[in-house]
Design a protein around this ligand. Structure first.
Ligand SMILES: Cc1cc2nc3c(=O)[nH]c(=O)nc-3n(C[C@H](O)[C@H](O)[C@H](O)COP(=O)(O)OP(=O)(O)OC[C@H]3O[C@@H](n4cnc5c(N)ncnc54)[C@H](O)[C@@H]3O)c2cc1C
Length: 747
């Protein structure tokens, strides 16, 4: 040291003039076009000839795609840190993780006071900045549920709500020169950002030493702190390379608003500096610094996890408690979580590495996470490992004519529909566009074309699976047919699916109907619903949703797809269903499958907390007995969401022994969601004798008796035998675990 081994980056330092207002924007866009890594603007909020820097940063973020952004540096006395934290997190989310926070304690105190800012007396700036950093990071720490209490004399935050979590760990860079500020930089910041014209000979070395000492005293690795430098453009490539190799500077930001100067810096100077630094590092054998985890993150590591033993391929994308990206893994759709380590493999090879890591942590829970909508599957856990295959999310039409489609487990069904609709194709999935391919296509898939096309798994032609021993197996009707059988209904027990091949069906414009019924005589209503759906043309699929009574009335919302674009045909097929009870509201739209999936989707961060509570059953007919038990359950208000989805039709055309999903005779899937087990369970138990099996994706209970309901006995026996073959030690055990050693008592 001090070459800290960071990648060499280059940026621009642009004056935020407002006349013309387009000038700094043009220079920012040019910076990106020239291949610079970073665009920065000075921040003088009291200066009427300048644009407001934060507004300008937002505008530039929207006009660029790749370049990183920062204030250089933001004026803290006029930018209240709790609000600045939210602004920065918001822009980071909007820009795809491109925000960096260069901050300074201010200067020009008369101007700051004139704007209502508070003058900081001698020595106060360090405390103010110190408090501000705590507030910023505290607000970004959305994973922490307790309200934020931070700061002190300058920026006291007394119970603020946290969040949003930024898209990435926003680096805090301090623009400062004095020893106490440099000490703070070493203790808490992610970067030091001085300007070369303000430095005297020896200042950089002194500054680095103070930062490194303070970092060491705070238990940090000095390489956690990036050294940036504003330069004038007068320095040669050799000067900058020396600053990199001898003074640890890794980011050079050129000051000036001349497009020619910018071009010269980006196209002549920057490549030459990179070359010289590469050569210099090669000669010295300097190792790249790699990713440095913040001290805050290190303090939150969970016991029993070999964090430092991760292969480099996984370490680069791993997420731990305290990392900014961690908030994503504290909630799935309905369930909360607090995993100890999230591995985010980007390739099949890395999934193999991740499974090897899981194999070394068998004492911990292991979640397989595709899009986080699991109810039965614990894709999150407390203190364990999660393998998030979300990055494997490509969707490709291999042959539009034949309808062959390949999809990664991390793709959501809305993504699949978006790619397929222009080809006149669709794969029946669940009703919800946000659900992941991985979880649904390994369990079943009861969706909008169930009666016409079958389950999602019925359209599968092949699956690539990484098995517990790390081998990659292709499962299809001709290769590993046993595994193919098991993956279609009990896939979560057999490996991590990394690629699915489907035969999509031709689908054009279709009708989406939303009907609201007065379902007050609930048992009779349900029976009539069952009869009407069973009698309907197979092009009609969908569901009915009921909740607690409101104002003494029971309402039922029906959502139906009719796979036809002919209005007369649509009405003819819907009318018998619409006639079963008084209609309170109705709409029928001609639309596309893609549009339906986009409607059934929220891009907001998932919010689930705690444990969801739901039960599932499959049933042949909504007979008067079934309907009476369901109505009694609803009458108690124990279920806030009671959904009956249509199966039957093409689902029943497939022989029961063709896939692990075995309950092919059923015409309906029933799912009841309750807030409390004490309310829901006793009423559900009354329904159970009428049910013939269950669809595991809607069930949250676990245990042998639940397993016996999920699979017919001979299926369960075969699954146990296959589990002994493919996962004898039970690595995959967090979603309807099929214990390979358990006696086949169920069978
Ligand atoms: C709002 C909502 C609507 C739904 N609607 C329907 C519906 O209409 N029809 C229907 O059939 N289902 C429906 N479901 C259930 C849904 O299909 C399952 O919960 C499914 O498991 C979610 O998949 P995911 O990848 O999003 O979930 P995740 O939580 O990421 O995964 C759930 C489980 O699936 C397993 N898994 C995930 N990825 C893989 C993989 N790559 N390889 C092997 N196993 C894997 C794991 O055991 C994991 O615990 C719905 C769920 C929600 C939350």
């Amino acid at each position: 040291m001090p070459d800290y081994g960071h990648p060499i980056r280059f940026g621009s330092f642009i004056t935020p003039v407002n006349s013309p207002a387009s000038a700094p924007v043009r220079l920012a866009v040019l910076s990106e076009e020239l291949g610079l890594d970073l665009v920065t603007f000075q921040d003088h909020p009291y200066q009427p000839s300048f644009l407001d820097t934060w507004t300008l940063l937002s505008w530039v973020a929207a006009r660029t795609d790749r370049v990183q952004l920062s204030g250089n540096v933001l004026n803290l006395p006029l930018r209240q840190p709790a609000v600045l934290a939210r602004s920065a997190a918001s822009l980071d989310l909007l820009s795809g993780g491109r925000v960096n926070l260069g901050i300074g304690a201010g200067g020009f105190w008369d101007a700051i006071e004139a704007m209502g800012g508070r003058r900081l007396g001698p020595g106060q700036a360090v405390e103010a900045l110190d408090e501000a950093i705590d507030v910023l990071r505290g607000i970004w720490d959305a994973a922490e549920r307790r309200p934020l209490r931070a700061g002190g004399d300058h920026y006291r935050v007394a119970g603020a709500k946290r969040g949003p979590a930024p898209a990435h760990d926003i680096p805090v860079w301090i623009g400062a020169y004095k020893p106490r500020m440099l000490g703070l930089t070493g203790r808490k910041a992610d970067g030091w950002l001085p300007s070369l014209p303000y430095l005297k000979p020896g200042d950089l070395q002194r500054g680095n030493r103070l930062i490194d000492e303070a970092a060491g005293a705070a238990g940090r690795d000095p390489r956690e702190i990036t050294r940036l430098l504003n330069v004038t453009g007068l320095q040669s490539a050799g000067d900058l390379a020396r600053l990199a190799l001898e003074d640890g500077i890794s980011t050079f930001i050129v000051m000036g608003d001349d497009p020619g100067g910018l071009r010269h810096f980006a196209t002549e100077v920057a490549p030459a500096v990179r070359d010289q630094v590469d050569r210099g590092r090669g000669q010295r054998g300097t190792r790249p610094a790699g990713r440095r985890r913040s001290t805050m993150a290190l303090a939150r590591r969970r016991p029993g996890i070999d964090y430092d033993g991760l292969p480099a391929s996984l370490a680069a994308h791993a997420v731990e408690p305290g990392d900014a990206g961690y908030a994503r893994y504290t909630s799935s759709y309905l369930r909360g979580g607090a995993p100890g380590l999230v591995l985010r493999p980007q390739t099949t090879e890395q999934v193999r590495d991740a499974i090897a890591v899981a194999g070394r942590h068998r004492n911990l829970p292991l979640g397989i996470f595709s899009a986080g909508h699991g109810l039965s599957g614990r894709s999150l856990n407390d203190g364990g490992l999660v393998i998030d295959v979300g990055p494997l999310n490509t969707v490709e039409v291999l042959d539009a004519q034949a309808g062959t489609v390949r999809a990664g487990p991390g793709a959501r069904w809305a993504d699949v529909a978006r790619v397929l609709t222009p080809h006149g194709l669709a794969i029946t999935s669940g009703d919800y566009g946000g659900v992941g391919v991985g979880g649904l296509a390994t369990a079943g898939g009861i969706g909008w074309f169930a009666r016409e096309h079958g389950l999602t798994i019925d359209l599968l032609r092949g699956i690539d699976v990484v098995l517990a021993d790390g081998t990659v197996a292709h499962a299809s009707a001709s290769e590993n047919p046993d595994l193919f059988w098991a993956m279609r209904g009990a896939g979560a027990n057999f490996g991590v699916a990394v690629s699915f091949e489907f035969a999509a069906a031709p689908v054009g414009r279709l009708a989406f109907a939303q009907l609201v019924f007065d379902a007050s005589g609930t048992a009779g209503f349900l029976t009539r619903w069952g009869t009407a759906i069973e009698a309907a043309d197979r092009s009609v699929s969908g569901e009915i949703i009921l909740g607690g009574r409101q104002g003494g009335r029971q309402y039922a919302q029906a959502l139906l797809v009719v796979d036809s674009d002919d209005p007369d045909t649509i009405i003819e097929r819907l009318q018998p269903v619409a006639d079963i009870a008084p209609l309170l509201d109705q709409s029928v739209a001609l639309t596309s499958y893609d549009q339906i999936m986009q409607m059934m989707l929220s891009e907001a961060p998932q919010q689930g907390q705690g444990e969801p509570h739901s039960h599932s059953g499959l049933v042949r007919h909504l007979s008067p007995d079934v309907a009476a038990a369901a109505a009694a359950l609803l009458e108690t208000g124990a279920s806030y969401f009671f959904a009956i989805r249509a199966v039957g039709g093409a689902v029943s055309d497939v022989p029961s022994d063709a896939t692990a999903y075995g309950w092919r005779e059923a015409n309906f899937s029933v799912a009841a969601f309750g807030t409390r087990a004490s309310g829901l369970d006793p009423m559900w138990e009354k329904l159970v004798p009428h049910l013939e099996g269950m669809y595991l994706s809607f069930e949250t209970a676990t245990g042998p008796e639940v397993l016996a309901r999920a699979f017919p006995p001979e299926h369960l026996a075969r699954l146990r035998a296959l589990k002994r073959r493919y996962d004898p030690t039970g690595l995959f055990r967090d979603n309807f675990y099929i214990d390979p050693e358990a006696a086949d008592s169920a069978a």
